[in-house]
Design a protein around this ligand. Structure first.
Ligand code: SF4
Length: 56
């Protein structure tokens, strides 16, 4: 298993969102690109996967 570190994270704060890091929320580099174990942001991810599937 690998690990990932966000380059926008500085001392628990996101330099893009200017607040505490919340992976997957709107504005985050992971928005719609990753699936989380317990997150409302998964809805965007699911839509993106469905859209990609329909392109095939
Ligand atoms: S909210 Fe997203 S972009 Fe910002 S630091 Fe966290 S993982 Fe990185």
């Amino acid at each position: 298993m690998g690990s990932w570190g966000c380059s926008h994270l500085t001392d628990k704060k996101c330099d893009l969102l200017k607040k505490e890091c919340s992976p997957g929320e709107k504005g985050c580099v992971l928005y719609g690109k990753a699936k989380f174990a317990n997150s409302a942001e998964n809805e965007v991810y699911e839509k993106r996967v469905k859209a990609k599937d329909s392109e095939k």
